[in-house]
Design a protein around this ligand. Structure first.
Ligand code: ZN
Length: 390
């Protein structure tokens, strides 16, 4: 059929043809046409919800209504390429307690990729997070620590600290799969939960620890509505500078644990935990500590304990003052790029960096501090050794 004949077929019917149709109203053909139209209408009504769902799915793929399909695809490709580039830099400049421009650039690049409203929905970002955490959990499964402590940063403010005698988990969440979660929990001896917010604990993880007979420590405000869990969780007294013994590994290993009575903002109980291992390694994890009155005890932690590693939430109140009070050998910041937080509250590495430098660019006009700082992203690890930090 030629193009012309197709055009002729598709042309608008002439007036006389329409009148021909009108004149044949009762013809069999017309009845069939009517029946077909009715059938189509019925089918449309029947499947309208499905068509709606398909549109919703399409919108999910093309999740940002402010972007065209092409713009969305471009940002996915850009995330893929820049995350690969950043990963390469992070491998080339592994976590150290000294400044490294290559490493800082890689982390700032992550900030930029992760600070768009729908970043977490981008497939390359999801892959990046899942791969990094899976690799870290596999690494934890085969790593033996002879001396010092190896410290993995997982998602958000989750940390795993391993010495030659024990493996301690803080605020574990989002392990990315059931398999990862089971593998990780089987590698840890104790879980400490700082406070009630959902970016610091998960019920499946708590249950997995308890099922394996491993202690779970949490503030009294947590699990109040679940009697069975509440009874199994250990609630240490929130008391400054006062160490309690906790037995792990079936009573074979003792830990000294201080539960400082911290707070997030005014009234949320937030345990700031100090743990001393049998090797004499002292680690402090702050949870979401942010409270000016608590400086009453924060200011003097260093007078009671010789702290090796401080793991603060990067946005805690006056990090320089906290560093001076705790007086650690090294600081490893946490809680950067929590993707569940609104974009402007998703704390970036560039802020952690500026808080250490001291900068008028920050609203708090931080004065800066001299303590060594290690910045790590999801799945990275730092090996701490006392000899490196006299
Ligand atoms: Zn938090």
């Amino acid at each position: 059929m030629s193009l012309n004949s197709i055009l002729i077929e598709l042309r608008v019917p002439k007036q006389d043809e329409c009148s021909w149709v009108a004149s044949k109203k009762n013809s069999v053909m017309y009845v069939r046409l009517k029946f077909s139209l009715l059938l189509i209408c019925l089918l449309l009504v029947q499947f309208m919800p499905l068509i709606g769902q398909e549109n919703v799915q399409l919108r999910d793929i093309h999740f940002d209504p402010n972007l065209t399909e092409e713009q969305n695809r471009f940002l996915n490709r850009q995330a893929h390429v820049l995350l690969e580039y950043s990963s390469g830099l992070l491998e080339k400049y592994p976590p150290l307690s000294k400044a490294q421009e290559g490493r800082e650039s890689a982390l700032f690049l992550l900030d930029a990729i992760l600070h768009e409203p729908h970043a977490m929905k981008r497939p390359p970002v999801q892959r990046f997070l899942k791969d990094r955490l899976t690799n870290a959990i596999n690494e934890i499964a085969y790593t033996k620590v002879e001396k010092g402590a190896k410290i993995w940063k997982l998602y958000n403010h989750s940390f795993v600290v391993r010495t030659s005698s024990v493996t301690i988990a803080f605020d574990l969440i989002r392990t990315q799969s059931e398999e990862n979660m089971r593998k990780l929990v089987s590698q840890c001896d104790i879980l400490l939960i700082s406070h009630e917010h959902g970016d610091h604990w998960e019920m499946e993880i708590v249950r997995a620890f308890l099922e394996q007979g491993k202690p779970v420590l949490a503030p009294p405000s947590l699990f109040r509505d679940d009697d069975a869990i509440y009874k199994q969780v250990t609630h240490l007294e929130r008391r400054s500078h006062w160490a309690e013994k906790i037995a792990v590994k079936g009573d074979k290993v003792d830990l000294e644990v201080v539960t400082y009575p911290g707070h997030q903002w005014g009234n949320i109980e937030n345990n700031v935990s100090l743990i001393k291992t049998q090797e004499g390694i002292v680690v402090v994890h702050t949870g979401d500590q942010w409270n000016m009155n608590d400086f009453e005890w924060i200011d003097v932690v260093g007078e009671y304990f010789e702290v090796d590693v401080l793991l603060p939430n990067s946005w805690t109140a006056d990090i320089a003052r906290m560093a001076n009070g705790v007086d650690p050998k090294v600081i490893i910041s946490g809680h950067e790029n929590e993707m569940g937080h609104a974009l402007h509250q998703r704390e970036p590495f560039w802020k952690t960096y500026l808080r250490k430098q001291g900068s008028v660019l920050l609203p708090e006009k931080d004065k800066g501090y001299d303590y060594p700082l290690v910045m790590m992203t999801w799945g990275e690890a730092f090996h701490y050794s006392k000899q490196d930090f006299h």
